[in-house]
Design a protein around this ligand. Structure first.
Ligand SMILES: [Zn+2]
Length: 65
């Protein structure tokens, strides 16, 4: 587990950036500071998704790696 992939650090950096500020829901305004983003990568892009625990609105952030 000590080897490092090229994209790994960027991947982690993006997650830290998402988690460092509380997320306010677009739909209901619920602020969730639990940092529950789920990541999925396709190689060239990474997608972070989370669902609002209050109203169920899905939020997606997409980044180029
Ligand atoms: Zn909501």
């Amino acid at each position: 587990m000590s080897s490092s992939y090229g994209g790994r650090s960027a991947f982690e950096r993006l997650r830290v950036r998402l988690d460092e500020r509380p997320h306010a829901c677009r739909g209901c305004g619920f602020v969730d500071d639990a940092g529950g983003w789920e990541a999925a990568t396709t190689g060239a892009t990474v997608e972070y998704r989370r669902e609002c625990p209050s109203c169920g609105t899905e939020h997606v952030r997409r980044y180029q790696l």
